[in-house]
Ligand binder design. Structure first.
Ligand code: NAD
Ligand code: TYD
Length: 360
């Protein structure tokens, strides 16, 4: 059955990849993209969509409940896929307020709008609706080198303001199912990488800095571990959960790629040496620079994905080597996209704040 989907945060990294994924794999799906276009969102991420007639962009805030209610009614939305968030841990350490507002209050406004329009105005038809909430593995806290990977039932123990705001939104979503019968699913995903990721996160930042001959800043000893997932794999998992996931349930999503940060950065350098052998800064590894650690830095994340594999027959398709190669190649071919971001004042200010005054 064709769906009418409200995607929030569809101009950001994962949201824009998800919209492209939907247009390629379910082109009849009607998509409304609600995005505030903060520093992290750009319509440049959505150029050349395959099925533009089924796509509408609305600039607006997820905290604006009347706007969300109107969009749900006017477009007969039956599915919400909720990506919109403040998403960067380092920014949450410098200014947690925006994280509380968007991630917690914004999720509340969406839930309340869905409750009003879906449950109160259309009683008895809740089985046609789905509110899918995108969350993170960071809600589970940190693992030691020998701890088993996070499972869906691992107790929440968020450490950063970002993780705490996402944990809070997960609890709100769960409570709307339990208290009001809102038809929800949640996915908790590990670190994504791929095209259109804003160059504040590890992988695109390292590619950008290597290309421009800037230091590659490794926090602490560089031995922290993340469970890297190529973004297209994430999009496929989300769409499966929206269709086949059990109501009220959460699903862990991960890539099974868990080398320490320093190894990821060295691999990026080696791929750049191979793809851009005449660049001024080859070998790019010479740019690696150890810097003061992130406060409260989580040591290790790893996801147990047995539930989604067993129940929904989902497995990641990309290994890290293939995914990183594809990603570096994309950034090399889209250097104008990167240049447009780094020319923004906000970006320059951020680099200044984060990397030159890490102790404040
Ligand atoms: P992003 O920062 O690239 O994009 C966020 C988008 O949300 C932007 O387009 C921004 O303009 C929009 N937005 C922010 N505040 C808004 C508001 N108040 N109203 C409407 N739109 C608003 O984020 P991302 O990396 O694409 O992450 C998307 C989601 O996935 C987030 O919920 C994040 O917590 C989650 N997640 C991300 C990762 C990852 O590795 N990036 C991993 C797991 C989960
Ligand atoms: P990041 O991409 O910010 O994602 P998250 O903090 O949500 O996991 O960071 C990934 C890892 O890379 C994390 O351990 C912090 C580290 N890191 C650096 O060492 N240097 C950097 O400049 C950045 C942005 C991250």
């Amino acid at each position: 059955m064709n769906k009418n989907v409200l995607v929030t945060g569809g101009a950001g990294f994962i949201g824009s990849n998800f919209i492209r994924y939907l247009q390629e794999n379910a082109p009849e799906t009607k998509i409304i993209n609600l995005d505030l276009l903060t520093y992290a969102g750009s319509l440049e991420n959505l150029k050349d969509l395959p099925a533009p007639k089924n796509y509408t962009f609305v600039k607006g805030d997820i905290c604006d409940q009347p706007l969300v209610e109107r969009l749900l009614r006017e477009n007969q939305i039956d599915t919400i896929v909720h990506f919109a968030a403040e998403s960067h841990v380092d920014r949450s350490l410098k200014g947690p307020g925006a994280f509380v507002q968007t991630n917690i209050v914004g999720t509340y406004a969406l839930l309340e709008a869905a409750r009003q329009v879906w449950l109160k105005e259309n009683p008895g038809s809740s089985d046609i609706y789905r509110f899918h909430h995108i969350s993170t593995d960071e809600v589970f806290g940190t693992l030691s080198p020998t701890d088993p990977a996070f499972e869906e039932c691992t107790p929440y123990a968020p450490n950063s303001p970002y993780a705490a705001s996402k944990a809070s939104s997960d609890h709100l979503v769960r409570s709307y199912a339990h208290s009001f019968g809102l038809p929800i699913t949640i996915s908790n995903c590990s670190n994504n990488y791929g095209p259109y990721q804003f160059p504040e996160k590890l992988i695109p930042l390292m590619i950008l800095n290597a290309l421009t001959g800037k230091p590659l800043p490794i926090y602490g000893d560089g031995m922290q571990i993340r469970d890297w997932l190529y973004v297209e794999d994430h999009c496929e998992a989300i769409w499966k959960i929206v269709h086949e996931g059990k109501l009220g349930e959460s699903y862990n999503i991960g890539g099974g790629n868990q080398p320490p940060n320093i190894e990821i950065v060295k691999t990026i350098c080696a791929i750049l040496d191979e793809l851009a052998p005449t660049a001024d800064h080859t070998p790019h590894e010479q740019l690696i620079t150890y810097v003061t650690d992130r406060p409260g830095h989580d040591r290790r994340y790893a996801m147990n994905i047995e539930k989604i594999s067993r129940e929904l027959d989902w497995q990641p398709k990309y290994d890290l080597k293939t995914g990183l190669h594809k990603t570096v190649k994309w950034y090399l071919e889209n250097i104008d996209w990167l240049n447009a971001i780094i020319e923004e004042k906000d970006y320059q200010n951020w680099v200044q704040i984060n990397y030159q005054r890490r102790d404040n």
